[in-house]
Design a protein around this ligand. Structure first.
Ligand code: ADP
Length: 345
């Protein structure tokens, strides 16, 4: 009977191997050999599997026959991987069969979720702690000090505003993620949309002493997209350019249509948002679109940033099958380029 084991194991779509009553591995499929090693047949399982939890589980099943589950950790050369191993006895063949289910993606997703919750809690706690502190001060020592009261109320307003922006950005992010698989359908007049965004940001630019320059060319650009979301993309990018690049005194928004964009292999348009401020150190560039990642966290917080703006931008551009490119050198300003296809494939 056991001579058919290799064929049986080959039919299992997971790494799988069989161990006999003498504690030897008597058969393994190709996936198991890739995971655990070549030439494992005929060897004692203890010398091959070597992880205490798994050895204990196998010994227990050999002893009493009831099935067990246990974790197994490995590395595929690029990253650590985790498996859930099922250990079951097959009494008719007098063997036990181990099958290895790869749970790495599940574990990664749950780690991301945990990190995200920890980040959100941390981001909310800071303004909340400040608010609670000021409430206490207003109740106690500053109760009769009108000047202090006004000053504290201003700070409290600022902190409440920060929490409000954070919750708003979190909701945007989750809405964008929800709709990521749905293709946008509006016909969007990109030049009109950019004009609108720039007009709405003019007060902020004026306040920061920044001149907004438009280099839109002469031809209209119409593309398929979600106009609210595209407004959000360009609002976030131009707002960042104004906030972080204010020392450069101007921000340029440039539109360059292309018949065939090499990055998209289709007709597209590039929108460059260019500032002449302090720029971003190259070490930060690859991580800039991660949630809560800040190149200069002190400055971001001082300017009321949530650390979510570019994460939202990235998700929206992905939904539009576009690309986001960031080029910058310290002291040389920053250029954010959005590449969008005219038609979404
Ligand atoms: P925030 O809410 O902190 O602005 P973003 O996701 O919009 O978050 O941006 C992430 C980080 O990228 C910012 O904290 C800032 O450090 C950096 N950054 C973004 N745009 C610029 C820019 N134009 N110049 C310099 N740094 C920038």
């Amino acid at each position: 009977m056991t001579e058919n084991l290799p064929d049986l194991l080959a039919a299992i779509p997971l790494p799988a191997l069989a161990i006999d009553g003498a504690e030897r591995i008597i058969a393994a499929n190709t996936d198991a050999r890739t995971l655990i090693g070549q030439g494992i047949e005929g060897r004692n399982f203890v010398t091959i599997l070597r992880q205490p939890a798994l050895i204990e589980a196998v010994e227990a099943v050999l002893r009493d026959g009831s099935p067990r589950q246990c974790p197994f950790l490995s590395n595929d050369g690029a990253q650590d991987t985790s498996f859930q191993v099922s250990v079951r006895s097959v009494p008719a063949l007098r063997v036990i069969v181990l099958s290895f289910l790869d749970v790495t993606p599940v574990e990664q997703a749950s780690k991301m979720r945990r990190d995200f919750v920890a980040n959100v809690s941390h981001e909310l706690r800071t303004p909340l702690t400040a608010l609670m502190g000021f409430i206490e001060t207003l109740r106690g020592p500053a109760r009769n000090d009108a000047a202090a009261r006004d000053r504290f109320l201003d700070i409290m307003e600022g902190e409440a505003g920060r929490m409000n922006r954070l919750v708003g950005d979190l909701l945007s992010l989750s809405r964008v993620e929800d709709g990521e698989r749905v293709r946008p359908r509006d016909q969007v007049d990109l030049i009109g949309l950019l004009g609108l965004v720039m007009r709405s940001l003019k007060p902020l630019a004026d306040e920061a002493g920044v001149v907004l320059e438009a280099e839109f060319g002469d031809s209209p650009v119409v593309l398929t997209g979600d106009s609210d979301q595209l407004m959000q993309v360009f609002t976030n990018l131009i707002e960042n350019a104004i906030k972080y690049g204010a020392s450069g005194k101007r921000v340029t928004v440039k539109v360059v249509p292309t018949d065939r964009d090499p990055a998209l292999r289709a007709a597209g348009v590039r929108v460059h948002v260019i500032d002449y401020g302090p720029g971003i150190d190259a070490i930060h560039l690859p991580r800039l679109t991660e949630r809560f990642y800040r190149a200069d966290s002190h400055r971001s917080r001082a300017l009321g940033g949530t650390g979510l703006g570019l994460a939202i931008v990235k998700h929206i551009i992905t939904r539009h099958r576009g690309r986001l490119r960031v080029e910058s050198e310290l002291g040389e300003g920053a250029q954010f380029t959005v590449v969008l296809p005219l038609q979404i494939p």
